[in-house]
Ligand binder design. Structure first.
Ligand SMILES: *Cc1c(COP(=O)(O)O)cnc(C)c1O
Length: 406
């Protein structure tokens, strides 16, 4: 997408605005499937929590992907978008047995990540095909907010509990069809990922009726200049070879599953916001935009860096700005960042705004959530209208009229 297209969309649909480039999502999808083309049975399940707009789900369905979901509501959205139940995978954490049973009744593949629920579910429904999420205790990336494979993680069943796990499966005679892991959000080092894969293979050998192995995600995409990116092609080459060898050893052609979220949609997203005010203090120049962490929380939540460009005046002299929001709370998007000279009214464009941006948006400060536009075949299509005052009042009930004093 080009800056002039984005500016035109901001003009047409207003600010703040999320824009998603369909072509980029498709090219990322193609890159991944191509990297693993040596694997006979490959399945890509899009982790929809990254960006859950129904039109985006439909677009990704057309590409041939399945869906990875983490709540019953995501399952419902997936079904609404037209995914067949058997294309949906459900990987919850900390949800009730009742919710798991409900999702199973919808015909969706369930994945269980703790021994307590595994035993209860297996006792009640021994014939249901179940996947098990293991925790291989491998650190991927250095940020403890996003590394879910380490020793104190709440995710998955520890490989140190394997004997206990096997006892439950034998006692309940339940049907284990898949083993899953999702080690964290950043694979910086392919060797670390391959090491975790070996642990998964070791666990898989203990189960005789497997149909698939699910390696989760963790593919890293660049957010800022010089960022390390997961070398998908290299990973594809090495893991495909190892996976195929494992299938031979296991005596069956298993399906290889990945669940990318960020990899598919992060770079496809652009967030556009208008500068309301440029404010000079003694040491800092602030550019205050018509948005805040209510619309894009990642910088405040994870310290993520989103590249910011002034697309209204891209050629101006670069100056240092702290880009901040309009929320009555510290909401800094960038500290002393070099950006082409900003004038009030300019449109700033945040890159990598596809994943975990709109899907984490809220109405804090009683602001409306932004509109979303899909850029498809050179045209912008509105896929979510900007909220209105009615949306803020929806579900709210007035004070009962009988109450006069408290
Ligand atoms: C969030 C999540 C993913 C996607 O992670 P990304 O870093 O966005 O690719 C995959 N699998 C599970 C189980 C998840 O919870």
């Amino acid at each position: 997408m080009q800056a002039k297209d984005l500016l035109q969309l901001a003009e047409q649909f207003g600010n703040p605005l999320y824009v998603y480039d369909a072509e980029k999502i498709q090219s990322q999808y193609n890159r991944l499937t191509k990297a693993f083309s040596k694997v006979d049975k490959l399945r890509i399940n899009y982790a929809m929590k990254a960006l859950s707009n129904v039109a985006v789900l439909q677009l990704i369905k057309e590409m041939g992907a399945g869906l990875d979901t983490v709540s019953i509501q995501e399952v419902q959205l997936g079904l609404h978008a037209g995914y067949a139940p058997d294309k949906i995978f459900y990987t919850p954490n900390g949800v009730s047995l009742e919710e798991i049973e409900e999702v199973n009744a919808m015909g969706v593949q369930i994945n269980i990540d703790n021994l307590s629920i595994l035993e209860q579910f297996g006792t009640k429904h021994p014939n249901v095909p179940v996947c098990i999420r293991i925790n291989p205790h491998v650190m991927a990336g250095g940020n403890t907010n996003i590394s879910v494979g380490h020793i104190d993680s709440k995710f998955g069943i520890s490989i140190h509990q394997l004997p206990h796990l096997i006892r439950i499966v034998e006692n309940t005679k339940m049907n284990i069809v898949g083993i899953h892991m999702h080690t964290g959000s950043d694979i910086l080092d392919i060797e670390v990922f391959l090491y975790a894969a070996e642990i998964l293979f070791d666990v898989a050998k203990k189960f005789k009726n497997l149909e698939f192995l699910d390696f989760g995600s963790g593919f890293k995409v660049p957010y800022k200049k010089d960022d390390i990116e997961t070398d998908i092609e290299e990973l594809g080459k090495k893991l495909s070879k190892r996976f195929n060898a494992f299938c031979t050893e296991y005596g069956k052609d298993l399906t290889l599953i990945f669940e990318p979220g960020k990899f598919l949609v992060s770079e496809a997203g652009f967030f556009l916001a208008k500068v309301n005010v440029v404010k000079q203090t003694t040491s800092t120049v602030f550019a205050g935009i018509d948005s805040g962490f209510n619309h894009l929380i990642r910088p405040m939540l994870y310290g993520s860096q989103h590249h910011i460009e002034n697309i209204s005046h891209p050629k101006g002299k670069e100056r240092f700005y702290s880009v901040v929001g309009y929320i009555c709370e510290t909401d800094t998007f960038a500290n002393n960042r070099r950006i082409s000279e900003i004038k009030e009214g300019d449109i700033l464009c945040f890159r990598n705004a596809g994943a975990y941006c709109f899907s984490m948006a809220s109405n804090y400060n009683s602001r409306y959530k932004p509109a979303e536009v899909l850029w498809l075949n050179g045209e912008g299509h509105l896929i979510r209208a900007r909220e209105t005052f009615e949306d803020l009042l929806k579900n709210q009930l007035p004070l009962p009229t009988t109450v006069t004093t408290v």
